[in-house]
Design a protein around this ligand. Structure first.
Ligand code: CA
Ligand code: CA
Length: 75
């Protein structure tokens, strides 16, 4: 029982780390899946936070997929 929980936790940690290592995408950054990256969600990526104001063309404090695509193109 305890062992099972341990392995489940380990698997979760591995999956979480694996997602980050595989490259951050719009889908992984959009934690609440509302179709936009909020400033809080952007904090997972320091480079994105730096450019957030510049990328947020319509200044709604969120990056939609088009706005994020410009960041991805720069990288
Ligand atoms: Ca979001
Ligand atoms: Ca925006």
């Amino acid at each position: 029982m305890t062992k099972k929980v341990f392995y489940a936790t380990l698997a979760t940690l591995f999956l979480t780390t694996g997602t980050v290592c595989a490259g951050t995408t719009f889908e992984t950054l959009d934690v609440d899946k509302d179709g936009a990256i909020s400033q809080q969600e952007a904090e997972a990526m320091p480079e994105l936070t730096e450019q957030f104001a510049k990328l947020d063309l319509n200044q709604d404090a969120k990056l939609d997929m088009d706005e994020f695509a410009k960041f991805a193109a720069v990288e």
